[in-house]
Design a protein around this ligand. Sequence first.
Ligand code: FES
Ligand code: FES
Length: 172
Amino acid sequence: MGISVASQAQLSGGTALHNVTLAVNGTVHTLSIDVRTSLLDALREYIGLTGAKKGCDHGQCGACTVHIDGRRIVSCLTLAAQAEGHEVTTIEGLEGVDGTLHAMQQAFIDHDALQCGYCTPGQIMSAVACVHEGHAGSLDEIREYMSGNLCRCGAYIGIVAAIETAATKMQE
Ligand code: FES
Ligand code: FES
């Protein structure tokens, strides 16, 4: 006999668990989680992909940026359940299948576009989307469309230069 929702709730300390199926970097994961679980927590705590970082958990820093169907989103303000039926890409899924770094990852290295690195996965995921959106046409445009990604180390000069370099390579 199947376990009832009420019984499940009792077993999980009063919280009903639900199955949520996520396609992340080409792999499907079915998680039994509280429906209130954010995509960020699902990725980090349940799937073990810790590239996306928790900076503010309030949609203000961009450290948790990932892609859903190629569009950038802040995963701390997105429920895991909202990503069902969509393709999630994290920083771990950005490199090529042979391990070749994405042009944006390489450009961040080449331009020393980081210090502590905490904001970097979110910066890179946002930067890739920024280029795909067509919002990397000038340094001013890059600064404007990357303004949702904060860097407490102040590595902005290198970040903007890296995006300008990678944008050229991505369009070749
Ligand atoms: Fe998501 Fe800061 S952790 S925006
Ligand atoms: Fe430290 Fe950006 S490199 S917060």
